[in-house]
Design a protein around this ligand. Structure first.
Ligand code: SF4
Ligand code: SF4
Length: 285
């Protein structure tokens, strides 16, 4: 099904960390997880127009429109993020609906400098029809079809959703927060069964660009747990690319700010364990 509009949080015109090469990144609003280590918590929920961020805005850039919606004057907004900090529901008044052709035009403007586009979030597969329409527009354009199309996802989508994306998607980066189901629930609020199935399914279709393992001290970073996780991934695909990421506090919500950051020496130890099971394509961040 074609979707002409998507709910956009923001875009980055050039990124070197969201897939291979230089990428235009589209962050979509809304996520079905509530991860303790989320660095973009304002992408999780839809704004309910409670109005609590209007008054604190130092530029008076926010106001109610005639339909009791909070809207922003882009000319006044300085992106100070105060509205995001005061929002009680992990949202932002700055997200907006974007028309497909508008987004494609923005990509087109910088396309000579790009290797591809990545759709991230939030959880982009919650807007799968829009993502499929966007990727379709890229693949059907004479000028843009050389760009690769990637999804950065929590892996919770069903096979039916991936089936809608696979014809126009070149690759996916999938987060695996924990192999242990209970730990996964504790870290995200949701079970990991769909994530494990996504990893198997995308590997089968050779669209799994990488699996990201975020190491959160005291939660999922014991050597035994990391070894078990690496063995499971190796069994899915011995040529699997894994990105081992040390937890950093930047951007996380205040209630999780006491989680310690990963000691780089510990991360190196974990990397040795991952390599010891046979994984060769390992990136440390
Ligand atoms: S962004 Fe948050 S604080 Fe502002 S109106 Fe929406 S829900 Fe309320
Ligand atoms: S980021 Fe939010 S608080 Fe800051 S100027 Fe823009 S609308 Fe106002």
């Amino acid at each position: 099904m074609k979707a002409a509009q998507g709910h956009l949080n923001d875009v980055i015109r050039f990124s070197a960390v969201d897939g291979p090469g230089n990428r235009f990144v589209v962050f979509l609003q809304g996520c079905n997880y509530n991860c303790i280590a989320c660095h973009n918590p304002y992408t999780i929920n839809e704004c309910d127009s409670c109005g609590q961020c209007v008054e604190p805005c130092p530029e008076m850039a926010l106001f109610y429109d005639g339909h009791n919606q909070v809207t922003v004057d882009d000319d006044l907004c300085t992106n100070c993020d105060i509205c995001i900090q005061v929002c009680p529901t992990d949202s932002t008044p700055l997200s907006k609906m974007v028309r497909l052709e508008n987004l494609v035009r923005q990509i087109d403007e910088v396309s000579p400098f790009l290797s591809g586009i990545t759709v991230s979030g939030g959880e982009p597969t919650l807007q799968a029809d829009f993502v499929a329409s966007l990727f379709c527009s890229i693949k059907c354009s004479d000028k843009l079809s050389r760009l690769t199309t990637f999804v950065d996802s929590n892996g919770s989508a069903s096979r039916e959703v991936w089936d809608r994306l696979l014809p126009v998607m070149d690759g996916a980066m999938i987060d695996l927060k924990a192999l242990d189901p209970d730990t996964h629930v504790a870290m995200t609020g949701e079970h990991n069964g769909p994530v494990l199935d996504t990893i198997r399914y995308l590997a089968e279709w050779q669209r799994l660009y990488e699996v990201r393992l975020l190491m959160v001290p005291g939660r999922n970073d014991s050597p035994a747990v990391v070894e078990r996780t690496a063995r499971w991934l190796y069994d899915v695909d011995p040529s699997m690319r894994i990105k081992l990421i040390g937890f950093r506090r930047h951007g996380v919500r205040p209630q999780f700010a006491d989680i310690p950051e990963v000691d780089p020496a510990h991360l190196e130890e974990l990397a040795k364990i991952v390599r010891s099971v046979g994984i060769k394509d390992l990136v440390l961040v």
